[in-house]
Ligand binder design. Structure first.
Ligand code: IVH
Length: 679
């Protein structure tokens, strides 16, 4: 190296630093035009070219790469767990209103609280996603967290950085204060949710039921690269803690957030009267389905921050805001056909085949009519225009026929006299609403459904062995009942369509793991009528092993808490059948566990839990697993014997019932404390 090269290199590096900063500023400017102003000045291609130029230049000068560079969105390696962070201010939830009367009642409380002062309101769409808190210090993103229990959340900064519309640095024009906490909702546009769900279904996974689950799940991925592949977006709806600056109104703070480069929903509106706020609610109740993303309501907020402070908050929610929840979304579509599905117990369920339509965020193609009586009562015919909704926002169902749109060409559907799959006669027992195929053990549809049930998540949980694989195994004569699964060889599995070496190994390994299942899972997996997850657990805990249960008289089975005579009869009838006994023998031969593990001696031993509403920290299933791991019991039905009702966000009628029955109600933080987990 000679003496003149060094200053030259320094100069070159200075030039590069200046060029880099210039490029970054231009990219930030265009990202702001695109994501925040929704008014891009350049094409996507031109934007990509700028990004490429920046990446190339940074590759030559790695020492000049800064963490807030637009190229540094996916950088962090996968982590083992998220750090817990305490929010600068608690993230409260919102009180709900379900109709105009409840909104007016809230308004009266606001008026009383403010003793006749004039009040303006800000109306916003309530985004259906996951709440996040973003801390910026001197304009640079320092920390991003989930809401968690409102006081503590999880540090998901690395994942949040991958969201393109989320600024890594606030715009200098907005003169960012030394510390500001910006809050908003991370969501997935409808189309992105469709694409992810299609991918999940193709891969044998269950699709996300709504954008909320999809957004929360994506944010809590341990590998930021996975989050980066989900096209998440952000809308900012509030400023939390701020130091070194004062806002007078919510509207002013939103305007500032937008100037600072944060995406604010373009449909926010400042209104001078409450009547106009109601107008906004009416308007968006109609218009919401035209949006490319899901919203589940409207939030009305008192605009003045002084007035907000005067009204204050309860421990749960501010008094200065209210969320109006839309009624379950209904969509109109056409019935293309009606057909019957044959279930595991031979039940024939009429199902409508619909012209695909979006309902509450996902595309619906089919809806159940439950049984013949229900179909007649609703008088659904082929060719009808119908309204559909998702019951509990999950299972699609027909609400009613739009009879005004009938043309006369509609056709009634008659239940078949023979099973459409095996041709056996169908029967409807007196007092039952359901037609059943009498083919029993020989009906291929029933056999397939029983296998699907046996391998499903709540039963033996044989990962990767879903309907498609089971159908092929049946078609090739490789299996005829659940026990045959345990005799499959790798070579046999390899003969299936699109089955590579590695997937075959995975299938064999998953089947092998299932041998060590629990008695409860096995009992549920056998598909005995009336034996759901809960009853199976109770039976397993009481009898301890399969032999004792199989030998028990109906009176003994019926004496078990939570098991009535109908269930007892069904269990005894099942094990009395020679075919069932043969199946159990084969399963034993295959090395399946038929004993319950030693009774859990956890600190929740014997305590019964019921859940209602959604929890922030985990899914219902995860929460249930924690309870069971500590020896507790999880039930769907609330009764005086229930020990605890855990009430999450938007609890249903169970909460009122629990209060009437005197059952202890736990909030999510209280539940976490009981589990002994940090809130
Ligand atoms: S304001 C203290 N505004 O709704 C007020 N929340 O049920 C804090 N949400 O956890 C919330 N859109 O995740 C507010 N425009 C909006 C919102 C919104 C969606 C969510 C947020 C919050 C939940 C409360």
């Amino acid at each position: 190296m000679n003496g003149t090269a060094r200053p030259e290199r320094r100069r070159a590096s200075r030039d590069a630093a200046a060029r880099l900063e210039d490029l970054r500023e231009r990219i930030r400017h265009h990202a702001y035009r695109y994501h925040v102003l929704d008014d891009p000045e350049i094409s996507d291609e031109a934007y990509d070219a700028l990004m490429q130029e920046l990446r190339d230049l940074e590759a030559v000068h790695p020492e000049l790469v800064t963490p807030d560079s637009p190229t540094q969105r996916v950088g962090a390696p996968p982590s083992a767990a998220f750090r817990t962070v305490v929010h600068p201010q608690p993230m409260l939830s919102l009180a709900n209103a379900f109709d105009e009367d409840e909104l007016r009642a809230w308004h009266r409380r606001v008026e009383t609280g403010l003793a006749g002062q004039a009040v303006s309101f800000v109306c916003e769409l309530k985004m259906d996603g996951a709440a996040v808190s973003l801390v910026y210090e001197h304009g640079v993103l320092r920390q991003g967290a989930t809401r968690g229990d409102g006081v503590r959340g999880e540090d998901v900064t690395a994942n949040l950085r991958t969201i393109e519309s989320l600024p890594l640095r606030l715009r200098r024009d907005a003169d960012p204060p030394p510390f500001v906490e910006v809050r908003g909702e991370v969501y997935l546009p409808n189309q992105a949710l469709d694409a992810i769900n299609e991918e999940r279904v193709a891969g044998g996974e269950t699709p996300f039921a709504n954008t909320r689950n999809a957004a929360a799940g994506s944010l809590r991925q341990l590998d930021p690269a996975v989050t980066a592949r989900r096209p998440l977006r952000l809308f900012v709806y509030q400023i939390g803690e701020v130091r070194g600056r004062r806002f007078r109104s919510h509207w002013e703070s939103l305007a500032w957030a937008k100037d600072a480069g944060c995406p604010v929903n373009p449909h926010v509106r400042l209104v001078p009267t409450f009547e106009e706020a109601l107008g906004y609610v009416r308007e968006w109740s109609e218009r919401r389905t035209t949006l490319p993303y899901g919203t589940d309501g409207i939030v009305i907020k008192v605009d003045s921050l002084d007035q907000q402070a005067e009204l204050g908050a309860t421990s749960q929610a501010p008094r200065w805001a209210i969320a109006y929840k839309f009624p379950a979304e209904q969509a109109e579509t056409r019935v293309r056909d009606i057909f019957v599905q044959v279930g595991r117990t031979g039940a024939l369920t009429p199902v409508v085949d619909l012209e695909p339509v979006r309902v509450s965020g996902v595309i619906v193609r089919r809806a159940t009519l439950h049984n013949e009586d229900e179909m007649r009562r609703k008088d659904v015919r082929i060719g009808d225009t119908v309204l559909v909704r998702r019951a509990g926002e999950v299972i699609p169902e027909v609400v009613r026929v739009v009879t005004g749109k009938r043309t006369g060409a509609e056709r009634r559907f008659e239940m078949p006299e023979k099973c459409p799959v095996c041709g056996s006669p169908v029967e409807r027992r007196p007092g039952e609403a359901i037609w059943r195929c009498t083919g029993g053990a020989t009906c291929p549809a029933q056999i397939l459904e029983r296998l699907i049930h046996f391998a499903s998540r709540d039963a033996l949980n044989i990962e990767g062995v879903g309907p498609k694989i089971l159908q092929q195994l049946l078609d090739r004569g490789l299996i005829a009942d659940p026990a045959d699964l345990f005799r499959l060889t790798r070579e046999q599995v390899l003969t299936l369509e699109r089955m590579a070496d590695k997937s075959a190994d995975n299938v064999i390994a998953a089947i092998d793991r299932a041998r060590a299942t629990s008695l409860a899972r096995l009992l549920y997996g056998l598909g005995i009528r009336h034996v759901g997850v809960h009853v199976a657990e109770v039976l397993a805990a009481h009898f301890g092993n399969l032999d004792r249960l199989m030998e028990a008289p109906p009176e003994e089975v019926g004496m078990v808490a939570g098991v009535g005579p109908t269930i007892a009869e069904s269990v005894v009838e099942f094990f009395g059948r020679p075919a069932s006994q043969e199946l159990v023998r084969k399963l034993r031969d295959a090395g399946l566990r038929t004993e319950a593990p030693r009774r859990a001696q956890g600190k929740l031993a014997g305590k019964t839990f019921v859940f209602t509403g959604s929890l922030d920290r985990f899914s219902r299933r995860e929460a249930g697993d924690r309870v069971k791991a500590l020896g507790g019991i999880v039930s769907e039905t609330l009764s005086a014997r229930t020990d605890y009702l855990v009430a999450g966000d938007a609890p249903g009628s169970k909460l009122d019932r629990a209060r009437k029955l005197g059952v202890a109600v736990l909030t999510e933080p209280e539940f976490l404390a009981l589990l002994g987990e940090p809130a």
